[in-house]
Design a protein around this ligand. Structure first.
Ligand SMILES: NC(=O)c1ccc[n+]([C@@H]2O[C@H](COP(=O)([O-])OP(=O)(O)OC[C@H]3O[C@@H](n4cnc5c(N)ncnc54)[C@H](OP(=O)(O)O)[C@@H]3O)[C@@H](O)[C@H]2O)c1
Length: 210
């Protein structure tokens, strides 16, 4: 499901073109890692943001991202400017909050912001929305959300293209499977919000529970 989310969100809403720059947040997560690799497969530049140096190295060295930046670094914006010399054409956003604000500062003319999710905001009573949304006017840009279930009748087409990329070595995926019982579910879920996963986080129940 996360792969399909990456596929339709990026291609249908982000519409990346060869040579353009795509920036994806939570890039080492299940959706984000696929977004970056699809961008590359379509000839665009892929820049990811993640919460640790280890995750950034994984994105560049293992998955072939053009660049990956630790959004917790004090020099994050300066680094972002360096790796996006022609500004950003597509922001594929999984986290929302202040990080999205920072990326919007770097949005280019005709840019597209794909609202996939807002992990940084799910536990907040008051949602932090973009304070600099007027960039959408000055940059003639658009911001659009989507829900994957609306694409159900096109899943087969996405799977066929993604299997082709996997066979060609252009698309890799990583799973993060933890053993536990029902009582462990809250603490395992919480790891997503602590950034402790790389790839798709799943919980495996003991065999006795089926
Ligand atoms: N629109 C749809 O139809 C659809 C479908 C499926 C999923 N989604 C959404 O897509 C997003 C990604 O899903 P996923 O399964 O791939 O999750 P995920 O990215 O595997 O897991 C969450 C990651 O988000 C990052 N994160 C957590 N808190 C953060 C914060 N405060 N600021 C910045 N980054 C933070 C962490 O990585 P770092 O190390 O980078 O901090 C963490 O590893 C979610 O928001 C989900 O709700 C939308």
């Amino acid at each position: 499901m996360t792969g399909l989310t990456a596929y339709f969100g990026l291609l249908d809403k982000g519409e990346p073109k060869a040579g353009e720059t795509v920036v994806v947040t939570a890039a080492s997560g299940a959706v984000g890692m696929v977004v970056g690799q699809i961008a590359r497969a379509k000839g665009a530049r892929a820049v990811g943001t993640a919460g640790s140096e280890e995750k950034c190295r994984y994105l560049v060295e293992e998955l072939g991202f053009d660049a990956a930046l630790n959004y917790k670094s004090e020099t994050f914006y300066q680094q972002l400017r360096e790796v996006t010399p022609d500004r950003i054409d597509v922001i594929f956003d999984n986290v929302g909050g202040p990080l999205l604000d920072t990326l919007i500062r770097r949005l280019g003319m005709g840019g597209r912001i794909v609202v996939c999710g807002a992990t940084s905001q799910y536990n907040n009573d008051v949602i932090y929305g973009p304070s600099n949304y007027l960039a959408l006017a000055t940059m003639r840009a658009r911001m659009e959300g989507f829900i994957i279930f609306d694409y159900e009748d096109r899943y087969a087409e996405a799977r066929e293209e993604m299997i082709g990329w996997m066979k060609a070595g252009q698309l890799k995926f990583r799973e993060n499977i933890l053993d536990g019982g029902i009582a462990d579910y809250p603490s395992i879920l919480h790891r997503l919000y602590e950034g402790e996963n790389i790839g798709k986080m799943m919980m495996r129940l003991p065999a006795a529970m089926g």
